[in-house]
Design a binder for this molecule. Structure first.
Ligand code: NAD
Length: 531
């Protein structure tokens, strides 16, 4: 890790309180203050103002000073920013600022706190095109996919602002003149750690709910996609969020470990790979914090012979190739039950119509491309048949980008690596079985358990899969069965560690603690066993 400047980076004043930076290459950069908001609608990608990745502590961005990494756009390999790689020092500063902010923030009523997020949700809508482009550029997904991500962030804010309608504290007169009540109180300073694949949406799984419920949040975004988090911070400030309530500390392992270890932090949420989710869960709970840690996935779609041909083929292909297969809800194994060749043929046609760089985004890095292609080659060498081959994909004019075309691998056996391990690319492995029981055995044998789906026109067959699949989120004729708000998101098995889910009503329990109060206002009443 080192700091170096391939580009001239010059600090300048933004219209907001943050110092922002303008880089002159590779994109033609306009100053944010010089762009009328409506211009975003007609801007080209080359004209996007990039926020720079800096620690945001107590409402101020820190100068780049210490170890840093390059932030590379996977679309074309261009350098976007440098991201500082923080550690315990920055976490300590952020915790101190958050503790200071917590007193006033937690003293506000829930109805007062949600007002910020009404305004913030509106800002997401106003800045939709800009935020979409930012996700597109830093993550590599298509503009349509990036826009859907921002729309989902808006939906998550809608849940957060509905909290006053959901959380009505409980009160009962438990003896004559004696009232018992339960109130939800915030925890204090909490941390959210996010992965690269949804730079805008995954932080919105946790940040709005945690803040609305009275906590002060330290976000550690993925060091690979740190820019959307900076824009999120700017817009939250514009919406009126006080300094210190939301802070961003950048980095990797060192920051994550510091967040898990710091005695001033009460709870940690994590989303990322299973290997790291396990480490984080063990480390955070060993210092007596609450933790929910979402891990990786290997989602099975069971396709039955009676499934609707067009709908099934297009859903399966969209599930495996959308966001270049880099969704924890992506189809990874298709279990083909009995005679479904007609559906596979149709899937091949669908996959061949997908064009990298047009309706398929890039994968995140050169290393990811190399890993995904290695899985395909290994499957081929061990006897599987490649029906559609995405290896070696390039996009004219974007030769520095990292692309893998959609890939369908047939005659995969359950013991092959492509059937068991998370590939995280636009690849689907077809495992053929004779019966639904066998298909469920394949699904049940996975260590993961994020999502599973069945494609059939039979309600009773669907019911069998709904009952017996070992996954937290089930789709019936839906390839990406994300539970929309207010339903909560979370897998089973090695796809999630900790109690409850990360969104929805579960998150209310996660981000609060119950205060139980008994009151008596009738001194004339006789003392009894509970007074
Ligand atoms: P990752 O596990 O590499 O990184 C996630 C976060 O952990 C990042 O902020 C990173 O800086 C940090 N980190 C990385 N290595 C670490 C270490 N050794 N110790 C401590 N912290 C570390 O995941 P990723 O590559 O960014 O994201 C892809 C993974 O996330 C996939 O496995 C995907 O399935 C999973 N994911 C899961 C869900 C879900 O809901 N279950 C959602 C999105 C992504």
């Amino acid at each position: 890790m080192l700091i170096y400047s391939r580009l001239a980076v010059s600090p300048r004043q933004s219209p907001l309180r943050f110092s922002s930076f303008v880089i002159t290459c590779p994109f033609k950069i306009l100053n944010r203050g010089e762009i009328p908001p409506n211009l975003y609608k007609t801007m080209t990608i080359a004209e996007l103002t990039l926020p720079q990745a800096r620690h945001l502590i107590a409402g101020k961005t820190l100068e780049l000073n210490g170890p840093a990494l390059e932030v590379i756009s996977p679309i074309d390999g261009q350098l976007l920013s440098m991201v500082p790689m923080g550690g315990m020092n920055e976490v300590d500063m952020a915790v101190a600022a958050a503790k200071k902010a917590f007193t006033a923030w937690s003293a506000k009523t829930l109805k007062e706190r949600v007002q910020i997020f009404f305004r913030y949700r509106q800002l997401l809508e106003t800045h939709m095109e800009e935020l979409t482009r930012l996700v597109h550029i830093e993550n590599g997904k298509t503009m349509d996919e990036a826009r859907a991500e921002i729309e989902k962030s808006m939906e998550l804010c809608e849940f957060a602002v509905s909290m006053p309608q959901i959380i009505v504290n409980e009160v009962q007169e438990v003896s004559r003149g004696v009232e018992a009540r339960i109130e939800k109180k915030p925890l204090g300073v909490v941390a959210c750690i996010s992965p690269f694949n949804f730079p805008n949406m995954v932080p919105h799984w946790t940040v709005p709910n945690a803040i609305v419920l009275g906590n002060c949040v330290i976000l550690k975004p993925s060091e690979v996609v740190p820019l959307s988090a900076m824009r999120m911070a700017e817009l939250l400030t514009e919406a009126g969020l006080p300094d210190g309530v939301f802070q961003v500390v950048h980095g990797g392992k060192d920051v994550v470990e510091a967040l898990c270890d710091h005695p001033g932090i009460q709870a940690v949420s994590f989303v990322g790979s299973t290997a790291v989710a396990k480490l984080v869960y063990i480390r955070a709970t060993s210092t007596l914090k609450r933790c929910v840690a979402l891990g990786g996935a290997k989602n099975h779609l069971l396709v039955l012979p009676d499934a609707h041909v067009e709908m099934t083929a297009s859903n399966v292909v969209a599930s495996m190739s959308g966001c270049a297969g880099q969704r924890c809800m992506a189809a990874s194994v298709m279990v083909a039950v009995d005679q479904v060749q007609h559906i596979i043929d149709r899937m091949v046609d669908e996959a061949k119509a997908i064009v990298p760089g047009k309706n398929l985004g890039s994968v995140i890095s050169a290393a990811a491309k190399e890993r995904i292609e290695r899985y395909i080659t290994e499957a081929e060498q061990t006897g599987a048949k490649i029906l559609v081959d995405g290896r070696g994909a390039t996009v004219p004019g974007k030769e520095g980008g990292f692309y893998v075309g959609p890939t369908i691998i047939d005659y995969v056996t359950p013991d092959m690596a492509v059937a068991k391990e998370e590939i995280f690319g636009p690849v689907i492995s077809i495992v053929r079985t004779k019966t639904l029981d066998e298909a469920l055995e394949v699904e049940n044998s996975s260590n993961y358990g994020n999502a599973a789906a069945v494609f059939t026109q039979s309600g009773s067959m669907a019911k069998v899969v709904m009952e017996r699949a070992s996954a937290g989120m089930i789709g019936v004729n839906i390839g990406v069965p994300v539970p929309r708000e207010p339903f909560s998101f979370g897998g089973w098995n090695d796809s999630k560690f900790g109690m409850g889910d990360i969104t929805g009503k579960s998150s209310i329990e996660f981000w609060t603690q119950n205060k139980k109060t008994s009151t008596k206002w009738n001194p004339e009443a006789r003392t009894n066993w509970m007074s």
